[in-house]
Design a protein around this ligand. Structure first.
Ligand SMILES: [Zn+2]
Length: 129
């Protein structure tokens, strides 16, 4: 969990929590990325498409049901596995960004994960309860 009392914000690329550090004292407002990898990757057009696909899929389902990130990857890239498989990690990142904005919950075994930044293994997505 993030250290109490320190400001946090979501990484604009992967949605993981960024916790304030002393070295960012003067530049905190400009901090956008959690890591050099995210700084290099930046955002791609797929990212917005994946966020939109997740929200559309959730809107079509009953509030009690959930979706798999792969459904969003398929919605964006099509059903050919070689096309949607590379979008699985970007789909999970998109889910974290949306969760950070309170637009969905990330669950494992039907329970919300306390810290989506560190969730390992398969996740599902549902509308906030
Ligand atoms: Zn990141």
């Amino acid at each position: 969990m993030p250290t109490p009392n320190l400001p946090t914000k979501p990484c604009t690329v992967c949605g993981r929590t960024i916790t304030w550090r002393k070295k960012w004292e003067r530049s905190w407002d400009d901090v956008k990325f959690c890591s050099d990898a995210c700084r290099r990757r930046r955002s791609s057009p797929d990212d917005d498409a994946l966020e939109a696909a997740i929200l559309t899929l959730l809107a079509k389902r009953p509030r009690s049901s959930s979706i798999c990130p792969s459904e969003a990857a398929r919605a964006v890239a099509g059903d050919d596995e070689s096309a949607w498989r590379p979008l699985m990690q970007p789909a999970r990142d998109a889910a974290r960004r949306l969760a950070a904005r309170g637009l969905l919950e990330i669950t494992q075994n039907d329970r919300p994960v306390p810290d989506a930044s560190r969730a390992k293994g398969p996740i599902r997505l549902r509308s906030p309860r």
